[in-house]
Ligand binder design. Structure first.
Ligand code: G6P
Length: 361
């Protein structure tokens, strides 16, 4: 039954396992070779657009941040804003596309950013999971992520589906806008998205996340680092970890470690280094610098990458396109957070003080 826990102890674990199915829902009928077909957003929808703002909160903000990098690569100035920090100061007009990313479609700060965008005559698109939600009624257009209902307060499958849906939206905007260009490797990139459900299945069949969690449970703090597309994944890894374990967790851009965070590392802390993607080797060097200060390193690394001298443990990730592989790394981090929270006896589906949807500003 779709809305029950079935054989699972927690909805969160069920929803982690549901990611292949959620992704199939997100992708169904939307990719056609090197092109994207979005029924609610036909060809030409974004001809007048020359820059993009994404507004979102929490996990959805991390998906928005990942999407902003893809849009920038397509040649479009794009910025992800935390919805509560989106002010009238931002230059917004009819050439601005404002994308409201919200799983529930009801987050007050995101809705209020969307309303501000409308007042300034921006073109707006909602990216949401909930059919008929407030955001879908208020935005000019809606792209549903079609991930199925998510019950656990901590978002898992909807993050993965949001990033994929936003990748498809990026393709549409890049095709339409005179200011942008579609990525040269569109066919390979889209094929990697289509293959993602199976890659997640392969990853979910591995068991290392549980032993990694056991090895690092109870440390003073847990840090997550990544660059480029892996930076939003580092932020998301840390958010998930703090939400459900109540332990101190922080995500950093790998290159920023030496500008402050290194002061926090001790032999009682753990560093999760995201080594997937085009810039993984650089992050490996940053992990090495932290290791020299005594931190415990967990590498989240592609098959075949040599990490022996640096990593105390390795979480392997199946090989795929460098701009997609971060989503697989994220699934490993979801599992580590889950097992750690489980080991600590936390209220995983309903963490203290948190709500699934925050409807007040
Ligand atoms: C709350 C939830 C988070 C979620 C955020 C944004 O803080 O606990 O899991 O990421 O709201 O929610 P939304 O529905 O807008 O994506």
């Amino acid at each position: 039954e779709e809305t029950g826990k079935g054989e699972y102890e927690h909805f969160m674990r069920k929803e982690i396992d549901a990611q292949p199915e959620a992704l199939r829902g997100t992708l169904a009928g939307r990719v056609d070779g090197d092109d994207v077909d979005l029924d609610t957003l036909p060809d030409g929808t974004f001809e007048e657009i020359d820059h993009v703002h994404l507004v979102a909160c929490g996990t959805s903000y991390h998906a928005a941040l990942a999407a902003s990098r893809q849009l920038v690569r397509a040649g479009l100035p794009a910025t992800a804003y935390r919805a509560s920090e989106y002010h009238d100061l931002q230059p917004v007009d009819e050439s601005t596309l404002v994308v409201a990313v919200t799983q529930s479609g009801e987050t007050a700060d995101t809705l209020s950013a969307l309303r501000r965008a409308h007042e300034a005559d921006a073109r707006t698109v909602a990216v949401t999971n909930v059919v008929g939600s407030t955001v879908s009624r208020e935005a000019d257009d809606t792209l549903y992520i079609r991930a199925g209902p998510e019950i656990g307060v901590a978002a898992t499958k909807t993050f993965t589906s949001q990033v994929v849906a936003l990748s498809l939206l990026t393709h549409r905007v890049a095709s339409d806008s005179a200011a942008a260009t579609v990525r040269e490797d569109a066919a390979e990139f889209l094929a990697a998205l289509e293959a993602l459900p199976e890659a997640v299945e392969d990853l979910l069949a591995t068991t290392e996340a549980r032993s990694v969690s056991d090895a690092h449970i109870g440390r003073d703090a847990h840090f997550f680092i990544g660059r480029d597309f892996e930076y939003p994944v580092a932020l998301e890894g840390a958010l998930k970890f703090k939400e459900i374990t109540y332990e101190h967790a922080e995500g950093f851009a790998s290159g920023e470690l030496k500008h402050g965070p290194l002061a926090l590392v001790t032999p009682e802390t753990t560093l999760y280094a995201l080594l997937t993607g085009d810039r993984g080797e650089e992050t490996l060097k940053n992990a090495e610098e932290a290791k020299a200060r005594g931190v415990n390193v967990v590498a989240v690394a592609p098959e075949g990458m040599a990490v022996g001298g640096v990593a105390d443990e390795v979480l392997r990730v199946p090989d795929t396109h460098p701009d997609v592989v971060g989503l697989l790394a994220n699934v490993q981090l979801q599992l580590v957070s889950y097992y750690t929270a489980h080991g600590l006896g936390r209220s995983i589906d309903k963490p203290r003080n948190l709500a699934k949807s925050v409807t007040v500003e």
